[in-house]
Design a protein around this ligand. Structure first.
Ligand code: GLU
Length: 429
């Protein structure tokens, strides 16, 4: 199997489902389908640049802690590197590298002129004060100052970060270079050049792809039975938009468990409830508690894993009772489980398509920033919808034409586009 000589080996406990090895396996499958030569495959398997920095931070208690921050730049053949910044305790360099590679294929699939990157710090944001998080974010940005920039690498929010962190990153970068540089990040607040529609963008993209997939089966979102794992940035936005479109959201969850209602959850009321309850969904009136494991196995039309990687595995895949699995998270289905879902005739809407709405609106934010013309939300949503629907149809057409699953079709399109660009540009020197 291809791998990268730049990255450290995974520790044995993580070795059984290493996200980077999985990403390389999908790349290899696409390479076989594309009859790619081994040299080109080796180029695409390796990130171009891997940066790890140490982030010393003075905590509110006066104690000094040193965190490790990563930024992996996978490929910039089509344009500046692009990708989120993840704050989560499970962040590792190999995970960030896998996610950077996914960003490359995602941007290429959506036909937006970016390469792929990802950043991350292994920390649990809930255990740090706002002041501590600000100091961590600013030091991390400062350490990466030579590696990011509007024409170089443009970070955005990911799990555990939001517009607030992007504002700190933009400010730190700007102060260091001596003038305001809004284009250094996307997903920033509207007051400093953010785009309308960015906050709900990934969730909106999920809703669009699910809607298209159901329509192809002659079904509608109205009355569709949907289960969502995760109620963070992506899961809660997808839940809200699907609910508004008439779907019945049977269950949602957070890391500490979920809530279930056979008749469907009132999502706007649940959002208000979580805002008032320190983000907890526990005890939501009219619902019964459910574990994350139970939630994944509920019978439904659409199951949307919108949390971490490796949630649907060999262990639970045979209990999945959804007709469609829509990957709102990155890599929520393991390679083995993916093959088993395919054998069972369960459609998997792949992450690089399904959750691309976020980076698509990041692209629209970048375009608005470059042209100094800012659009209303309707225009942003419309432009995003065009790109998402086009990509969906390209993927389904490719899948039908080659008789391959949707994920492989999406990879063939994304990887194929990047491979062509590498070939046309040629190797330097
Ligand atoms: N973190 C998001 C993703 O995984 C968005 C990245 C971006 O907007 O650059 O696609």
């Amino acid at each position: 199997m291809v791998s990268s000589s730049l990255l450290p080996l995974e520790t044995p406990s993580q070795a059984h489902i290493c996200p980077f090895d999985q990403a390389c396996s999908y790349l290899e499958q696409a390479a076989r389908e594309l009859r790619m030569d081994q040299g080109l495959l080796a180029v695409l398997s390796n990130p171009r640049k891997v940066v790890t920095v140490s982030i010393p931070v003075k905590l509110d208690s006066g104690e000094v802690q040193v965190l490790a921050g990563h930024r992996v730049q996978h490929c910039d053949v089509l344009g500046p590197y692009k990708g989120g910044t993840r704050y989560h305790p499970a962040v590792t360099l190999r995970e960030v590298s896998a996610l950077a590679m996914l960003m490359t294929w995602k941007c290429a699939l959506l036909n937006i002129p970016f390469g792929g990157a990802k950043g991350g710090i292994a920390l649990d944001p809930a255990r740090y004060s706002v002041g501590e998080l600000e100091r961590i974010t600013r030091r991390y940005t400062s350490e990466l100052i030579k590696d990011i920039g509007p024409a170089v690498d443009i970070p955005a929010p990911d799990m555990g970060t939001s517009a607030r962190e992007m504002a700190w990153m933009m400010d730190t970068y700007s102060v260091n270079v001596g003038h305001a540089v809004p284009g250094v990040v996307t997903g920033k607040p509207i007051s400093i050049g953010g785009s309308r529609g960015r906050e709900l963008a990934t969730g909106r993209g999920v809703m669009i792809i699910v809607r298209e997939a159901l329509a192809e089966r002659g079904q509608s979102l109205v009355g569709a039975r949907v289960v969502i794992q995760g109620f963070g940035n992506v899961g809660s936005a997808a839940a809200l938009l699907l609910h508004q479109a008439g779907a019945k959201i049977l269950a949602v969850s957070t890391g500490s468990g979920g809530v279930f209602a056979e008749a469907g959850l009132d999502i706007p009321a649940l959002k208000t409830y979580t805002a008032q309850n320190g983000r907890s969904i526990k005890g939501f009136p009219g619902s019964v508690p459910i574990t994350n494991a139970e939630l994944l196995t509920l019978p439904c039309d659409v199951l949307i894993p919108a949390a971490l990687e490796n949630q649907i595995t060999e262990e639970n895949v045979n209990q999945i009772r959804a007709s469609i699995v829509a990957e709102a998270a990155n890599g929520p289905v393991t390679l083995k489980a993916d093959q088993m879902l395919e054998l069972r005739g369960i459609t998997v809407l792949p992450d690089i398509l399904t959750n691309a709405g976020g980076v698509v609106v990041s692209y629209l934010e970048w375009v608005q920033g470059l042209s100094y013309v800012f659009w209303d939300e309707e225009r942003v949503n419309w432009e995003m919808e065009q790109l998402m629907v086009q990509a969906y149809h390209k993927v389904t057409q490719k899948s039908k034409a080659r008789q391959i699953p949707l994920r492989l079709a999406a990879y063939v399109l994304g990887v194929g586009r990047v491979a062509q660009a590498v070939t046309d540009r040629g190797l330097y020197p």
